[in-house]
Design a protein around this ligand. Structure first.
Ligand code: 3HC
Length: 653
């Protein structure tokens, strides 16, 4: 092997048997930053000019091949050479170029590989074009070269879903050519030696297999229906579906579309979300704090929430001990958990071996002392302070002193629960969202006495559960429900001022929420919020504006969809506007002497956004939320706020 040749700070190479072995080393994910593009273009020029070199392999350092274009460069002045320039040079090289995928190849990373003349991958490799998740389309040939390899319908599915394909699927689809069973570089050198002197297979020169327009419609229709006004999806479909035209024409269209979308508000919002997700678990003061080891999790209360948490924990490889009040209730809980696991098995999300392993790690009991083996106990019992305090006092006596106690309360004060225990430092809140095995958001509640390593453990467990943790301080409803309450209060002001529930819901859906607020309330049921309002009645500030419409509805038995009527009527299960609700609203307006006015969709959207953002500002000022972007993540992942709008704080920032 030759000495190392340095092409740039991030691209270097060695030569073996006349093959130039180029390594991209640009931590953390080998993104194709300006320096990488420069290094690669120099390496390509060197390979072309140097007669002793017969071919070139490109690989990445570390566990990623190339994670894509450098997202941090977006929005900055462009620096030559561009990624499409480099990729064009790869495809046009007169000597064979092999992509040796040591790990994940995403976005521009996969586009780079697609332009190589052959693609070999280690078993860890996975591929994808996730650009639509950033509000853009692939901008370096992905929409034109991928269909040349795998056909239009499969390319539409992969690109518009933005999903990652694992090695076996990538091989069977034809994205990758060979699995390296032995050393990746040895296999790449072997392949290059075989390729020398043979005609090169340039992806861009391949014909796109003719596709049935009905099939294209079928694949894209479902995805576009869920697009909620996002432009990138439709543009991606258009570009892929027209990939049979000459390559140059398709590439020029793709690049122009990419550049327009990259500079859009939608893309800026999704980039904000991308970085917010990576920022959220970075908590000041925890940098050098080790999490406690957690292998066994106890879950108290095996209702819907507890069962969902159990499924999530079993899926992450934890041993789970479920506790309920009686052996019968515990057994019922076990059946509910197994039922959820069986659904995963039936849908193919889980194989039989995985199912067997998960059920083997589950046990249930009605005896507190059986939780002695737990490293973490999460309670998901009835949301009542006395019930929770009683449980924590009992647990205090049977668990180890270093076992962590977490409460899943939504509205109670976890500091009060903690102070009833002997070691308040080991108590924190883990506020899951329902259904807990599906929803990604997890509010990690830092109580006034939570120890730093307990908080670090909460974050580590969240990560292993594949949740999106957001740290919140103690306040009624934490970050999410406090903003939700403010937003809901504003929606009720709007009702009283002149808008009707279906008009507010239509404005929200038009904005990008999957469902309007009143429809959501009907689905969840109105009785819990009603009970809370009744509890707060005595302490409510009499000078604060209070809208009684929801109370009137509940008093007439309109408790939501389960009761057959709520903000809407449900004849034959279909949500419809109910004149009786309109009459109740009008009567309340008349009682307060409000002259109803009409609101445009934009006005409704602005009032609700302002209410959310104002509450968000208050949470920041009070130190409950650490950063505005955390608030955005909570609203996007827990309350249906459209990700492509970036969240209420981004919108108003
Ligand atoms: N550009 C710049 N920074 C990136 C990046 C990218 N493409 N991808 C990841 N990073 C950064 C993250 O911000 C994070 O930085 P931090 O440590 O300062 O917070 C760091 O890399 C590590 O990221 P993760 O925590 O996500 O690391 P994982 O190991 O969990 O995941 C990954 C690695 C699967 C590569 C994941 O980071 C990922 O999905 N990245 C984005 C991939 C992507 O969207 N690529 C397409 C980019 S657009 C494009 O290529 C356009 C082209 O078509 C022209």
């Amino acid at each position: 092997m030759s000495d190392v040749t340095t092409f740039s700070a991030t691209v270097s190479a060695t030569t073996r048997n006349g093959i130039l072995l180029v390594t991209i080393d640009n931590p953390p994910v080998n993104a194709t930053s300006a320096d990488v593009r420069l290094g690669l273009s120099r390496a390509l020029a060197h390979a072309e000019a140097e007669p002793t070199i017969s071919g070139m392999a490109i690989t990445g350092a570390g566990k990623t091949f190339v994670g894509g274009a450098d997202i941090r460069e977006f929005g900055k002045p462009p620096v030559e050479p561009t990624l499409p320039d480099v990729i064009e040079k790869i495809e046009a090289l007169s000597k064979p170029v092999v992509a040796a995928l040591n790990g994940t190849a995403l976005g521009g990373g996969l586009e780079l590989a697609l332009a190589c003349h052959y693609r070999i991958a280690s078993p860890m490799a996975q591929v994808g074009l996730p650009e639509v998740k950033l509000g853009i389309v692939p901008g370096a040939g992905g929409t034109q070269r991928l269909p040349r390899l795998i056909g239009v319908p499969a390319a539409i599915e992969l690109i518009t879903s933005g999903r990652i394909a694992k090695i076996n699927e990538a091989l069977s689809l034809g994205i990758l050519d060979e699995l390296a069973e032995t050393d990746l570089i040895d296999v790449a050198i072997n392949a290059l030696q075989k390729l020398a002197g043979t005609p090169l297979r340039r992806t861009g020169e391949l014909a796109v297999a003719p596709a049935d327009p009905i099939e294209i419609e079928k694949v894209s229709g479902k995805l576009l229906a869920k697009a909620r006004g996002q432009k990138a999806l439709a543009e991606a479909v258009r570009l892929i579906a027209s990939s049979h035209r000459p390559l140059g024409e398709g590439l020029a269209d793709e690049r122009a579309t990419f550049l327009t979308l990259r500079d859009s508000r939608e893309a800026a919002a999704l980039r904000h979300v991308f970085f917010a997700e990576r920022e959220t678990s970075k908590v000041t003061g925890l940098e050098d704090v080790d999490a406690r080891p957690v292998n066994t999790i106890g879950i108290c209360g095996l209702g819907l929430m507890g069962s969902g948490i159990a499924v999530s924990a079993l899926g992450a490889g934890y041993t789970v001990i479920g506790l309920d009040q009686t052996p019968e209730a515990a057994e019922k809980g076990r059946e509910r958990i197994i039922g959820l696991l069986e659904r995963n098995l039936a849908s193919g999300r889980q194989d039989q071996a995985g199912f067997d392993a998960q059920t083997a790690r589950l046990s249930v009991t009605a005896t507190d002392a059986d939780l002695a083996a737990c490293d973490l106990v999460i309670e998901a019992v009835f949301d009542d302070l006395d019930v929770k305090i009683d449980l924590f006092r009992r647990l205090d006596k049977v668990i180890r002193p270093d076992t962590i106690l977490a409460t899943n309360t939504s509205y109670l004060n976890p500091d009060e629960i903690a102070s009833a225990t002997r070691h308040p430092g080991r108590v924190l809140g883990l506020h899951f969202f329902s259904p807990a095995h599906v929803m990604r958001l997890l509010e990690v509640v830092r109580c006034s006495e939570t120890a730093t390593d307990v908080l670090a453990t909460g974050l580590a467990v969240a990560k292993r559960l594949r949740k999106l943790p957001v740290v919140t301080g103690v306040t009624e409803g934490f970050i999410g429900n406090r903003i939700f309450s403010a937003y809901r209060r504003e929606a009720e002001f709007l009702l009283e001022d002149g808008a009707l529930p279906h008009e507010i819901d239509a404005a929200l859906e038009d904005y990008g929420f999957p469902m309007g607020l009143f429809a959501v309330n009907d689905m969840a049921g109105l009785e819990i919020a009603w009970a809370r309002r009744k509890r707060q009645m005595a302490t409510r500030d009499p000078f604060e504006r209070y809208v009684e419409i929801a109370d009137r509805l509940c008093e007439t038995g309109r408790l939501g969809q389960k009761s057959g009527r709520g903000w809407y009527a449900y004849p034959d299960g279909k949500r419809t506007v109910d004149p009786q609700v309109t009459a109740i609203i009008e009567a309340e307006r008349a009682k307060k002497g409000v002259a109803a006015r009409s609101f445009s969709r934009e006005e409704i959207q602005q009032r609700l956004l302002n209410a959310m953002a104002a509450e968000g500002e208050a949470l920041l000022a009070e130190g409950i939320a650490a950063r505005a972007s955390d608030i955005d993540l909570v609203m996007i992942n827990g309350y249906g706020f459209p990700a492509h709008k970036g969240g209420p704080m981004f919108e108003k920032g």
